[in-house]
Ligand binder design. Structure first.
Ligand SMILES: *Cc1c(COP(=O)(O)O)cnc(C)c1O
Length: 447
């Protein structure tokens, strides 16, 4: 689990950091190392009570281990503990954040976006919808039934009306349903989910942009999960088209703490028109804003934010630039290929039935059964049995009609079906598929 090289790298980086302060009178804070050691041993034991997220046999939720360079840069920066609210709190880390934003914006073809890091996708979406509401006061937000639940909650927080849009058999928003809502005349913003959390389906962005423009609505792309896949070369054409049009959306959210190899606490919001920065204006009575240069707190709803997140992201983007054909892209391709192969293997299995063909690296599958209740019960049993064999899956509750598009003989004796869900986001997943299938087959035989 722990590569000793990481600890050496951290020590070396800390030594260089400390060199920057050696002109000061010597001062090393002391603490009770014995007491700390005792507590830390207890903490380490308590932390054993987690699923093994770092391991390829964790194929459940969207959990990708941070790259060591991110982890080390993050840890190292804690000895300074910068705050990216204001330059006075973190000059170096604020500069790194701005450079990260330039690179992230460039990935979407934007030269001069307004943007900053956030605590995660939820805060980032909150800011995007807040700006949307300022530009279209009181107007409706619409998003897919499979959109992240955060959009309806955020709309509620912002006092904006919200409607969810039906999806088709492919898990993407139904275009006719979008148009019906737009035609009612009160829609201000269409949220297109670029890789929905449950199914990994990518909404049809080119057509959504066209519809939204016709009805004078904004388009916000929630690419919290899928935002990096534009770098990949293995996308199918239809999915690729959505990525090629991201440059035209009004705002966009991407979570570096999902596919960007970052520790939690790293989301990002970008606005194509930097002019929306005017909405953030405030007069702080205790102004930290001591220079004319942009302080990130002037364009962000959150105040104190970890500079460490920017330091970690900057280090990662140096090592793995956001470019097609690069290492990051190769890893994303491995995930796409792993998902397709997993889907294929499940489709020839006697025990499992995969649902939608994966657009990204998420595979959803049902356990073969006569009816919906039995399928749900079997999914839960496979989930538990697999965990006992150190294979960790996730579950998803899906409308029975969606499941029946792939399992037409399934008797619909319940509204929803519990299915299994696996996110194959680790580069190693593809090589581990043999072992994963073997355990899945053992579990199916055991129930
Ligand atoms: C994860 C996710 C979110 C929420 O982001 P957090 O970082 O968990 O706050 C929003 N939208 C989508 C599509 C997501 O996958």
């Amino acid at each position: 689990m722990i590569n000793p090289a990481e600890l050496q790298l951290l020590q070396d980086a800390l030594a260089t950091l400390a060199n920057g302060y050696d002109e000061l009178p010597a001062f090393t804070p002391e603490f009770d190392t014995q007491a700390a050691s005792e507590v830390l041993q207890i903490v380490a034991e308590r932390m054993q009570d987690n699923f093994p997220y770092y391991h390829p046999q964790y194929v459940g939720q969207m959990l990708k281990p941070p790259h060591p360079v991110a982890r080390i840069a993050y840890a190292m920066s804690l000895w300074v503990n910068p705050n990216n609210h204001a330059l006075d709190g973190g000059r170096a880390s604020s500069a790194m954040e701005k450079e990260c934003i330039v690179d992230l914006g460039r990935m979407y073809g934007w030269k001069n976006p307004l943007g900053h890091l956030t605590g995660g996708g939820t805060m980032a979406n909150l800011e995007a919808l807040w700006v949307a509401g300022r530009l279209h006061p009181g107007k409706r937000v619409i998003a897919s039934k499979q959109a992240h639940y955060t959009h309806s909650r955020i709309s509620d927080v912002l006092g904006l009306p919200f409607s969810s849009v039906d999806i088709g058999d492919d898990g993407r928003m139904d275009l006719a349903a979008i148009e019906t809502l737009l035609a009612a005349g009160d829609v201000g913003t269409v949220v297109a989910t670029i890789g929905n959390t449950g199914l990994g389906a990518v909404d049809r962005l080119p057509q959504i942009l066209e519809l939204a423009h016709r009805y004078d609505a904004r388009v916000h792309a929630d690419a919290a999960y899928g935002g990096y896949f534009g770098l990949a070369s293995e996308l199918h054409d239809d999915t690729r088209a959505a990525y090629d049009h991201l440059t035209e959306v009004d705002s966009l959210v991407v979570d570096p703490h999902k596919h960007g190899l970052q520790p939690y606490g790293c989301g990002c919001v970008l606005f194509r028109d930097a002019g929306v920065g005017r909405f953030y204006k405030h007069d702080s009575p205790f102004t930290y804003f001591s220079s004319a240069e942009l302080h990130l707190g002037e364009i962000s709803l959150e105040c104190s934010r970890p500079g460490a997140s920017a330091v970690a992201l900057w280090a990662t983007q140096q090592m793995f630039p956001l470019e097609k054909g690069g290492q990051l892209a190769a890893w994303l391709d491995l995930g796409l290929l792993a998902a397709r192969e997993f889907w294929q293997r499940l489709s020839v299995s006697d025990h499992y039935q995969p649902l939608l063909q994966p657009e990204l690296d998420i595979v959803v599958y049902a356990v073969a059964a006569d009816n919906a209740q039995q399928a749900s019960d079997r999914s839960r049993r496979v989930f538990s049995l697999a965990a006992k064999r150190d294979l960790h899956l996730a579950m998803i509750e899906l409308p029975v009609e969606l499941v029946r598009t792939c399992l037409p003989d399934l008797e619909a004796n319940a509204e929803t079906v519990t299915c299994l869900r696996s996110v194959l986001m680790k580069p190693e997943h593809k090589e581990w598929l043999d072992g994963i299938m073997k355990i899945l087959d053992e579990c199916a035989a055991a129930i």
